[in-house]
Design a protein around this ligand. Structure first.
Ligand SMILES: [Zn+2]
Length: 197
């Protein structure tokens, strides 16, 4: 038999769409599902549907939440905002114990080569927040890559006329390193040594 029967082939195709999953792994996953008890498979599918239906962007910061306003925005200082590219960057920064501000997730970085313009990421929402919440400082914590730097500079140019202090986390981090993989000590120092841009 050259091909899998259609229901299995469809399952393999679905698993192949997951990040880091090649066809070989997708086939293994498909057989795992077929061999699992029906109730387990139903629960698994329902967990995915539930997560997809209940998780959305926080109406303030854009982080994932199952409420209207996320926990960090509820308890944090909203006049101090740390700007990150993705929700996963918040997890890393939250390990820095003495930061009591809030975050703003851009959900991407400006990248002209891939057609990502300033309108495609959540910059408008940041500007609205800055005036509504009387933000005193915006810390740019995008990764130290070409796109991360360009986005930081672009946003800082928009914010400066509004009288907001804009800072950039210190680059104790080597070029191209993802913030999510940086250790606590380095990240704490990077935040403490932030400089105005
Ligand atoms: Zn939030």
């Amino acid at each position: 038999m050259k091909n899998f029967i259609l229901p299995i082939e469809k399952l393999i195709a679905s698993f192949s769409k997951l990040p880091g999953v090649g066809r070989k792994t997708a086939i293994r996953y498909a057989y795992y599902i077929i061999n699992s008890p029906a109730s387990d498979v139903r629960n698994f599918a329902q967990t995915m549907v539930d997560a997809k239906e209940t998780v959305h962007y926080c109406s303030v910061c854009g982080n994932f939440t199952d409420r209207d306003i996320c926990e960090v925005c509820t308890r944090g200082d909203r006049t101090l905002v740390c700007v990150v590219a993705e929700p996963k960057d918040i997890l890393a920064l939250e390990r820095v114990a003495d930061y009591n501000g809030t975050y703003h997730v851009l959900h991407g970085l400006i990248n002209p080569l891939e057609g990502v313009t300033p309108n495609d990421i959540r910059i408008k929402e940041l500007l609205t927040r800055v005036s509504l919440d009387h933000v005193r400082e915006v810390i740019m914590a995008t990764n130290p890559t070409v796109e991360g730097e360009a986005t930081a500079i672009y946003i800082s140019n928009l914010l400066k006329p509004l009288g907001v202090k804009v800072t950039r986390i210190a680059q104790g981090v080597s070029l191209g390193t993802d913030i999510e993989y940086v250790d606590e000590v380095t990240l704490t120092r990077a935040l403490e040594d932030r400089r105005e841009i």
